[in-house]
Design a protein around this ligand. Structure first.
Ligand code: NAD
Length: 490
């Protein structure tokens, strides 16, 4: 046992170098490039999840007290859908895409060939430890790469289950899991990768990007931010409040990157909205939400203290209009709503990532746009309204990773939409074909024959040739044809 512990702690730069060397060998063998290998690994992933559903649910319960329904929907089902979708599309994605060529290269043909990048590193976060670890893995496999997954140490049961299951079900010569925290991740980051895909906070995102820069390694950074929800006064309040609750407390108790972070609504409408939220919260989680089995707990005592600090900040503690109870021993905080917290309060100056929801009021709903745009670009922004003009204005004026109108978080499940941030909320995107593209190089390939060797492009350069080339550039058909076929007289 002691030896095992010791073995776990010695993943250093040397071990990381040896690991990447092995993976480079596998990649160089060409094994991961074939359709058959990619499809077999995706099928293995589905089998792995099917065979071990209960263990996955148990691990998520151990790490986060994640309710079984949430674990099933947002980790197990979403991952399986992602695998199934990729399997269905894989042949099409792998097929080179024929593209048009220009008159200047006539006669020629061209295509875009998607080739695997090589050996990639995936570093994931704790809040959806299965989905956020394995969904990028699906993309990396579909694109034909060898990979290392580094799950989050903050969700230890999930991390160790991932390591055990991937070793059992997947091709270990191309797919490895390294468990660990800062030391192990730092050792991995010293290596040269062909892509680093990181999910987590922006502070570590900067560390990842700096490490990647040393090797000119491209990165995808899936970060977070303060995702706002605008609520107009013409909405179906019951539906709107249920959907806000589902995206906030029904998504890992607010510990989700696209959970509503704060609400913006008009002064006149705020009290009605609060009443509706309170009513539905009680319907969903009962009179004592600290006892509800349908709410995840806070992941650990560090995050509990962080959230308690936001809650106990003098600037907001008197602004609580609902909830506010906490139970440190069981790492539980009740769904809590604040009204009109000051802009300079702690809660408005960092991503909340937990069950606290401030409401900010404005005079006119249009004032919300300026408020959102005065902050860094969020990962998601939501609007509840029936007003067509307001929807158009929202789409035109708000820059965020993704926008969703009249619901929250659901855009994440649409495989045809890219999922990723912009500005401070991240760079790059994945899901569906975007995952395949994130782990592929789009190689430009052009084919020519020996026919049509236009002499105009070769020295000696003469005024006649220049005339021909001018005709070519200006699109004069007769001139172009003459030039391409090397006829010197026009
Ligand atoms: P975390 O603590 O699990 O950290 C993420 C990863 O970074 C882990 O694997 C961890 O080991 C590694 N790490 C931590 N410190 C490091 C260091 N100094 N050097 C190298 N690696 C290090 O997760 P977190 O950051 O608490 O995650 C929450 C944040 O992630 C929130 O901001 C949230 O919005 C964001 N997030 C984004 C998405 C998305 O898809 N865009 C999804 C989930 C979470």
């Amino acid at each position: 046992m002691a030896l095992e512990e010791e073995k776990k702690t010695v993943f250093d730069a040397e071990a990381a170098t040896s690991l990447t060397k092995d993976l480079r060998g596998t990649f160089a063998s060409g094994k991961t490039r074939s359709y058959e290998w990619r499809a077999s690994q995706l099928k293995n992933l589905i089998k792995m999840v099917n065979d071990n559903e209960k263990d996955i649910i148990d691990a998520l319960h151990s790490d986060l007290a994640k309710p079984e329904l949430e674990a099933f929907i947002s980790e197990i089902s979403m991952l399986k859908s992602s695998c199934i979708y990729s399997l269905k599309q894989l042949k099409r994605w792998m097929t080179p895409e024929k593209v048009k060529t220009s008159m200047t290269t006539f006669p020629s043909s061209a295509e875009i060939v998607s080739e695997p990048l090589g050996v990639v590193l995936i570093i994931s976060a704790w809040n959806y430890p299965f989905l956020l670890s394995l969904d990028p893995v699906v993309g990396a496999i579909a694109a034909g790469n060898a990979l290392v997954l580094k799950p989050s140490e903050v969700a230890p049961a999930s991390s160790s289950l991932l390591a055990k299951l991937l070793a059992k079900y997947m091709d270990c010569s191309a797919i490895k899991v390294v468990e660990g925290a800062v030391v192990e991740t730092s050792a991995l980051l010293e290596q040269k990768w062909d892509k680093i895909f990181y999910t987590g906070n922006g502070k570590v995102g900067r560390i990842v990007m700096a490490a990647a820069a040393k090797h000119l390694t491209p990165v995808v950074l899936e970060l977070g931010g303060k995702s706002p929800v605008i609520v107009d006064s013409d909405v179906n309040l019951q539906v709107a409040s249920r959907r806000i609750i589902a995206g906030k407390w029904g998504s890992n108790n607010g510990q989700a990157c696209i959970s509503p972070d704060y609400i913006l609504t008009t002064k006149d409408y705020a009290l009605q909205l609060i009443d509706a939220l309170k009513h539905e919260l009680e319907n969903f989680y009962g009179k004592d939400p600290l006892e509800s089995k349908d709410l995840s707990r806070i992941v650990n005592s560090n995050h509990f203290s962080r959230l308690a600090k936001l809650l106990d900040d003098d600037k907001v503690s008197k602004k609580i209009v609902h909830g506010g109870q906490k139970d440190e021993a069981n790492l539980r905080i009740a769904p809590t709503i604040f009204l009109d917290v000051p802009e300079d309060s702690l809660i408005m100056n960092e991503e909340i990532f937990g069950p606290l929801l401030p409401i900010i009021t404005v005079d006119k709903v249009e004032d919300c746009f300026e408020l959102i745009n005065s902050r860094t670009k969020p990962l998601a922004a939501y609007l509840f309204t029936n007003n067509k003009k307001l929807k158009e204005k929202f789409v035109r004026n708000i820059s965020a990773g993704g926008l969703l109108i009249n619901d929250t978080t659901l855009h994440l499940v649409v495989a045809t939409l890219p999922f990723g941030g912009v500005g401070e909320s991240g760079m790059g995107a994945y899901h569906g074909k975007f995952s395949f593209d994130a782990f592929s190089h789009k190689k430009a390939v052009m084919y020519r024959s020996f026919a049509g060797d236009a002499s105009a492009r070769y020295p000696p350069y003469t005024p006649g040739k220049l005339r021909l080339l001018r005709a070519l550039m200006s699109g004069s058909i007769i001139g172009i044809i003459c030039a391409l076929f090397g006829w010197s007289k026009v």
